[in-house]
Design a binder for this molecule. Sequence first.
Ligand SMILES: Cc1cc2nc3c(=O)[nH]c(=O)nc-3n(C[C@H](O)[C@H](O)[C@H](O)COP(=O)(O)OP(=O)(O)OC[C@H]3O[C@@H](n4cnc5c(N)ncnc54)[C@H](O)[C@@H]3O)c2cc1C
Length: 376
Amino acid sequence: MKLRVVVLGAGFGGLELSTILSDAIGGRLDLTLIDQNDSFFFGFSKLDVMFGHKQSDAVKIAYSSIKKPGVTFRKETITAIDPVTKTVTTKKATYQADVLVVALGANYDFNATPGLSEWGNEYYSFSGAEKLRSILPQFTKGHAVVGVCNAPFKCPPAPSEAALMLHDYLVSRGIRDACTISLVIPFGLPIPPSPDSSKALLKAFEERNIRFIPQRKVNAVDENKKLILDDGTELPCDLFLGIPKHVAPDVVLQSGLTENGWIPVDRANLLTKFSNVYAIGDVTSVGTPKAGVFAEGAAKIAAASIIATFNGNENDMPYNGAGSCYIEFGKGTVARVDVDFFSGPKPFGIHHEASEALVIDKAYFGSSRKTRWFGK
Ligand SMILES: Cc1cc2nc3c(=O)[nH]c(=O)nc-3n(C[C@H](O)[C@H](O)[C@H](O)COP(=O)(O)OP(=O)(O)OC[C@H]3O[C@@H](n4cnc5c(N)ncnc54)[C@H](O)[C@@H]3O)c2cc1C
C-alpha cells in the first residue's frame, strides 16, 4: 500500500519535504502537494522586484514543472483542515491523508496597523513589492522610513537589507542628499543572535547616515504619513516601507491546530499534538525565526520522521534549528550569518563579512533549490 501524504503549501518547507519523500520512497508514495498559487518565488526576490532589479516573471518558478515520482501538484485553495480525521477540503476537492503536513507559512494582517494600507506601503507581499516599484521613482526628497509593525516577522535581516538597498537606490538616482533614511526595529540589535552581524550592520548604517531606531514598533500611520511608534513618539515620514503584522492563515487558525496564533510542534520530529499531523516553517512556533532556511531545516526532520515511521524505524536525527541567512549589504555585496538556535544553551551566530564572493554563494543557494525542487 502506498503512503498517502498531503502537503499543504508549496513554499520552502513543502517543496523540500516533498522532494525528500519522493527521492526516498517515491515508488511507495502517493503525495499530493497543494498550493493556491501557480508558481513559487524566493522571499528575497521581493527586494529585487521592489527596487526594479528584476521583473516579476523572472523570479517566478512554475509549479507545473514539478515532475517527481509519487508527487502530484494541485493548484487549489485550502478552505478547511480537520487534523483529527486528516481530511483537507479545498475549493475543488476533498483529500484524505495517512500523514498530513501543514506548511502554509505566515500571512499579513494589514488592518492591525491603522493607516498602513491607506497611507503607507509594504514590500513583504509580492503585490506590495510590485506596487512599490512604481511608487519609489516618485520619491524625490524627504524622510523614508523602513519600519516593523510587529514581531515575529519573516527574515529578521530583511528590514536592514531594505534600508541599505534604499540607500544605494537613492544614490544611483543622485538624490540621496535630499533624503533621510530611518530604520525602526523592535529588537535592540539588527540581528540579536549575532552580535558580529549586528555590529557590521550598525557600522554600515552609520557610514550611510541611516538612523537606527531600536526597541520600537510602528503602531499607526496617519493621513500626513506621520508614523506613531509604540511609545507614542511621532515620526514625520514621506515614504513608509512597512513590515506588517504576521498571522497564521485563517484556515489554520480555524483548524484547532494553533495555540497563541501559531502551531506548536515537538522539536524532535515537528509533529503537532495530532497523530501523524506535522507542521513546518513559518506557520509554527518552533522557536526559530520565520525564514526559508529554517522551514527547509524543519522539513528535513519531518521528512526523516515520516520515512522512519513508514519503514518501522525511529528517526534519531535531532533538529538543531540551524541555517545560513544571506544579508544584502548594498554596493554589490552580500554577507552571511550562520545561526544555530537549539544546539547550545542559547542561540548563536557566526558572521561572514560582506563580499562579492558571497553574492555568488547566494545565487547558488537559489539555483540549487530550483534544481532540486523543480529539476531546472
Ligand atoms: C522581503 C523578504 C525577504 C526574505 N529573505 C529571505 C532570505 O534571504 N532567506 C530566507 O531563508 N528567508 C527569507 N525570507 C523569508 C521566507 O520567504 C519565508 O520565511 C519562507 O518562505 C517560509 O517558508 P514556509 O514554507 O514556511 O512558507 P511559504 O514559503 O510562505 O509557503 C507557504 C505556502 O502556502 C500557500 N498557502 C497559504 N495559504 C493557503 C491556502 N489557504 N490554500 C492554498 N495554499 C495556501 C502559499 O501560497 C505559499 O506558497 C524573506 C521574506 C521576505 C518577505
